[in-house]
Design a protein around this ligand. Structure first.
Ligand SMILES: [Zn+2]
Length: 73
């Protein structure tokens, strides 16, 4: 019987492991944890952060991006 790890993250139709995801800004690794010190008053807490706990690099509009697969453009 196959048991999926809790780190599996559903992205579209594919089940992607968080270790296969990178920040679209710096192409660095991400961890499945909210950024450290994220103010709850800021609204939706991001699901992912850099390994050092900082928020993922914002996109050109200042929005926190979703991580992308390591091999995507
Ligand atoms: Zn980044």
């Amino acid at each position: 019987m196959i048991v999926h790890e809790q780190t599996d993250y559903e992205l579209g139709d594919d089940l992607v492991d968080v270790t296969d995801l990178v920040c679209p800004g710096c192409r660095g690794a991400v961890v499945e944890a909210p950024p450290a010190g994220w103010p709850t008053s800021a609204g939706i807490v991001p699901e992912f952060s850099h390994p050092d706990g900082s928020v993922l690099c914002p996109d050109g509009y200042g929005r926190v991006p979703e991580p992308v697969e390591r091999w995507s453009r």
